[in-house]
Ligand binder design. Structure first.
Ligand SMILES: [Zn+2]
Length: 236
């Protein structure tokens, strides 16, 4: 994609996010252009996919997701929000104790297009400190709110020593009109080895109660992974 076209896409992303009642994840064309990985590294010994959750921890959604993952014996990657970790520190610890990987989403869930470099730097630093102080884990991976990376944002992410990572499949579970059936279909219809699947374990930045539909969909999503002989792994 030419840079001019990418900047045009970026402009329409800004317009859509400004108009939206809830901050919705958008497929991030600029992130791809900037070289942010979407999929797992090539050539594992067995075909793998990664299940990832953004926007938690959440007092209702996260425990429900953890229960299902435990029942199915699957580990996932959780991109945590600093303000949600401060509100639910015990849940952040439980994610780690269950063996899952914690990563950094943001401190406050804001659109990078509206932040200055200093604001971005401060947001990342506060989220890093919160996650480390609460869980004892120094996160290595980062995913931008809404998947929106700008060159300035990416520079700050790398300066903070973080590896950015987006996704290649999604359940589109943040939408008010999503159903458990639509989430399963969106997340798995085109699932192939190497895919990174985006889901949300909280509704603080999406349609109210969306995590309940995600939780209802999760067993079928994990069954689809197993039915295709894919190993679910955490992001490296
Ligand atoms: Zn998010």
């Amino acid at each position: 994609m030419a840079l001019g076209k990418a900047m045009g896409v970026l402009g329409s992303v800004a317009a859509v996010t400004h108009a939206g009642p809830a901050l919705m994840p958008l497929f991030p064309p600029l992130a791809s252009l900037l070289g942010v990985p979407r999929t797992l590294p090539e050539a594992p010994s067995r075909p793998e996919v990664a299940i990832t959750f953004d926007d938690g921890p959440h007092p209702e959604g996260t425990p429900a997701v953890l229960d299902i993952l435990s029942d199915e014996g699957i580990l996932a990657t959780f991109f945590l929000v600093g303000e949600r970790v401060r509100a639910n520190p015990q849940l952040a610890q439980e994610i780690v104790e269950a063996g899952h990987k914690v990563a950094l989403h943001c401190d406050l869930h804001r659109n990078a297009l509206r932040l200055t470099g200093a604001q971005i730097r401060d947001d990342i630093a506060r989220a890093q400190a919160t996650i480390q102080d609460t869980t004892g884990v120094d996160p290595q991976l980062q995913r931008a709110p809404l998947g929106i990376y700008t060159p300035a944002f990416l520079r700050e992410v790398k300066r903070a020593g973080l590896q950015p990572w987006i996704w290649s499949q999604w359940g589109r579970d943040w939408r008010a009109r999503a159903t458990p059936e639509s989430i399963v279909k969106d997340a798995t219809a085109k699932l192939t080895p190497g895919d990174v699947v985006l889901l949300h374990d909280g509704d603080d930045y999406s349609a109210e109660g969306s995590h309940r539909r995600t939780v209802a969909a999760l067993p079928a999503i994990l069954n689809a992974v197993k039915a295709r002989s894919l190993d679910a792994v955490v992001l490296p």
